[in-house]
Design a protein around this ligand. Structure first.
Ligand SMILES: C[S@@+](CC[C@H](N)C(=O)[O-])C[C@H]1O[C@@H](n2cnc3c(N)ncnc32)[C@H](O)[C@@H]1O
Ligand code: SF4
Length: 396
């Protein structure tokens, strides 16, 4: 191990992310590492072999640590057969120590599912299903280039509710031409299905997507703010708490895997393009796997799946921590900063004081959380923790 300058007294909880990079069709807004593939052509077994080689090569970095949560994301993981998911989870269990009752989430898209498939995912060990619905309005689903329609979404969710004790539903808002009433109908439909967890994202136009080249009509900021208020009110009335910027959950149903990201926990990411953040006594490391699935598969088998492997610079760590932790409505104890970054609290005292003075942050002894204003202007709050040179360029 190379020497490092940090002083971590303990290592944070560890999660495992597994990326499955294929979809039936690329959505025009999506900048995730996903590639079009016909279901019959999925190289399931070769990819599983690569994932296991990748995991084995990474084991020395996580020796002795148990894995608290697993997230199988994509892409469209539900394109993989239940047998393949069973083999994947068994392969993970054989190689790492999974915590008892570990949360194991799988992302599923409506329109990629046959009857009994969700039951088989559950039998394979999946404990939580995350269904990407986006909207229940057939016109918006077309605009968004989705392969499913409203009826298929409703079918998939009825099945998810029947099979899983806890499931999530992804929606997007601020869709081209969407009105407040249209959004109300979407959120009403979602809530009527009684999901324990709801993720609702503002549609963003990401660089290098079809929408970046051919932008659809945008929703103005005032309407988008009203939409967010409506979402927060409707979910609260349904007994869900907005515990993170885009995440709403019934008590006891927050996503443990995502919470670990936001609390600046550790994660090992395997699969094409997956990201990792791993802590050691004197350093925090970030890794990125090769993005192209074919290259990833060849190279992982040769024990060379990495495209990047860097220490997080000491001066970048306060911002990296705050970028995540300030997304949490309930905030965090300041002791967590020192514990997870290995840096003294003095590194952020001035920025904390400034955030408080600007009314963006609330402090109660050792506990801090964003104020309502801080939550609304989260970028401004987070920017206070940028290293000095980046702060100057973010203001110019
Ligand atoms: C990585 S996607 C994977 C889920 C699954 N493949 C799907 O699309 O249903 C996770 C979620 O991110 C959200 N998302 C992806 N791109 C987005 C964008 N440009 N703006 C807002 N939300 C986006 C969608 O709600 C999506 O369900
Ligand atoms: S299905 Fe999901 S991952 Fe695939 S292209 Fe669409 S948004 Fe991206």
């Amino acid at each position: 191990m190379r020497a490092g300058t940090l002083q971590l007294q303990t290592l944070p909880p560890l999660s495992l992310y597994v990326h499955l990079p294929w979809c039936l069709k690329k959505c025009p807004y999506c900048d995730f590492n996903s590639h079009e593939m016909r279901a019959a052509e999925l190289p399931e077994q070769s990819y599983l072999n690569a994932l296991m080689a990748d995991l084995e090569a990474a084991l020395p970095l996580i020796w002795g640590r148990s894995v608290q949560t697993v997230f199988i994301g994509g892409g469209t993981p539900s394109l993989f057969s239940p047998q393949a998911i069973d083999q994947l989870i068994a392969g993970i269990r054989a190689r790492v120590r999974l915590a008892p009752n570990a949360e194991i989430t799988l992302e599923a898209n409506p329109g990629t599912f046959e009857k009994d498939r969700f039951k088989a995912f559950r039998a394979a060990g999946v404990t939580r299903l995350s269904v990407g619905v986006q909207s229940f309005n057939d016109d918006f689903l077309k605009t968004l280039g989705r392969v499913h329609n409203r009826a298929q979404a409703l079918d998939a969710l009825a099945e998810a509710a029947a099979v899983f004790d806890t499931f999530n539903l992804d929606l997007m808002y601020a869709l081209p031409g969407q009105t407040l009433d249209m959004l109300r109908t979407d959120v009403d439909t979602a809530l009527a299905l009684a999901p324990q967890h709801l993720s609702i994202y503002h549609l963003t136009i990401e660089p290098n997507t079809f929408f970046a080249k051919f932008p659809p009509a945008s929703v103005d900021d005032d309407l988008a703010a009203d939409m967010l208020d409506l979402i927060t009110d409707m979910t609260a009335a349904a007994g869900m708490q907005r515990y993170e910027v885009s995440a709403y959950a019934k008590p006891g149903h927050a996503c443990q895997h995502n919470l670990n990201y936001w609390q600046f926990g550790d994660y090992l990411g395997i699969g094409a393009g997956a990201h990792s953040k791993l802590s050691f006594a004197h350093r925090v490391v970030r890794q990125v796997r090769l993005r192209d699935p074919a290259r990833y598969m060849t190279q992982a088998l040769a024990g060379q799946a990495l495209a990047q492997d860097d220490d997080v610079k000491r001066r970048e760590l306060p911002f990296e921590f705050m970028l995540n932790a300030l997304r949490l409505a309930d905030g965090f104890d300041l002791s967590m900063f020192a514990e997870r970054t290995g840096m003294p609290l003095s590194a952020v005292q001035a920025a904390l004081a400034q955030a408080q003075a600007q009314g963006l942050l609330l402090r109660d002894g050792e506990h801090v959380r964003p104020s309502a204003r801080g939550f609304d202007f989260l970028n401004d709050l987070q920017a206070l923790f940028l290293p000095a040179t980046r702060q100057e360029s973010s203001q110019s």
